[in-house]
Design a protein around this ligand. Sequence first.
Ligand SMILES: Cc1cc2nc3c(=O)[nH]c(=O)nc-3n(C[C@H](O)[C@H](O)[C@H](O)COP(=O)(O)OP(=O)(O)OC[C@H]3O[C@@H](n4cnc5c(N)ncnc54)[C@H](O)[C@@H]3O)c2cc1C
Length: 381
Amino acid sequence: MKILVIGAGVLGLTTAFNLVEDGHDVTIVDKAGPYAQASSRSFAWINANHKLPAEYHWLNRAGITAHEEFQKRFANHGTWFHQHGCIMFDSSPDKATGYDERFTESAELDYPVERIDSDHLRELEPTVSWPTDSGLFFPLEAHLDNEAFGSLVTGFLEEASVAPEVAEAVRVETNADGATVEFADGDTRNFDQVIIAAGADSGAIADRSGLLLPVADLSQPGPRTHSLLGVTAPTDVNLNRIIISDKINVRPRRDGSMFVQIPSVESRTEEGESPQLLDEVQAAMEAELESLFGERVPLERVIFSGRSFPEDGLSIVGYLDEHHRAYSLVTHSGMTMAPLLGRLVADEVRGDSSPLLKAFRPSRFADGVLSATPSTFIGRQ
Ligand SMILES: Cc1cc2nc3c(=O)[nH]c(=O)nc-3n(C[C@H](O)[C@H](O)[C@H](O)COP(=O)(O)OP(=O)(O)OC[C@H]3O[C@@H](n4cnc5c(N)ncnc54)[C@H](O)[C@@H]3O)c2cc1C
């Protein structure tokens, strides 16, 4: 089949990769080039932690397994998936994060979790000045070198002569015979199927096409749809794995730098991006880093980062039109689920229907009812 993938973020790339493997004639376009939006500014914690309802947990859990398999399959290309687990703690007196309840919740879902004491915390991360004497450890979880993963998949596509083209898709029109796509430069092209994997812009493409795909509008920033992501300078301070806590979320990167988020500043995303906000957040992040590591770890920059966020917080995966020509692939936690969803979408294009995706079809929005979503997302991504 002749298939267009719109968007060369992590989800479009993994989908194109699987479609190429299945022998389809694939075109992938991105209006700004690969990894232009959320995928390049993602904390990239690979997890199924507190991902509820249970169907969503299982989808994310299958995402972790798919990463394990992808890393194993292409091990000769290096290591980008670091399955060293995640430490979670809450040092506040009122324990308002609810992290402690995640132990019971995870145990009920048979999601590996351990309670760990101060000796174990020190053994796992000796450079941290632990402000707590207990925490939770999630051994299945991992951090992903998101840029390296994207470059690897882009490289595989280029080897198959399917390099992402720079082109902006405006709208898609479908009928029983196929799909016609209109591009911003006035060009129109015909395909058998179109996969809309344009992240936060997917809703607008669907809207212009008369299709329903409720994705959060990023023009009204706030902690549900945006996050302030800090990037440190490369440092000698050694960190091996992800730490999620009431004060700071931090993870190592492959060049010796770290990604940082701090819950206390997330509500300031409502102010919108400004140099003053970024400066103030940088100072607050540096203070939290110094408190965690007992030494100064300077930040290089803070990124005001928008999520690709379905309105009800859950993935939207499946056909949007009656002719089964336009397929939607939009989710938060796309870093966790990209290798899985890329494969499942290719299977569905071939005619399968995955039970894992049953709860995530676009048709759930047909009656217009959207479930409530939490006002903030940090620590759940
Ligand atoms: C701060 C932050 C932290 C996160 N942390 C995590 C985490 O810890 N774990 C996790 O699993 N996930 C996390 N995520 C979510 C994850 O990064 C996203 O779900 C994922 O990157 C989405 O990938 P995507 O390919 O759908 O979208 P994107 O990466 O946004 O890619 C969409 C692409 O489509 C292109 N495009 C848009 N419109 C058009 C058009 N009209 N025509 C052609 N191309 C178009 C864009 O240029 C872009 O390159 C985080 C996200 C953010 C912002």
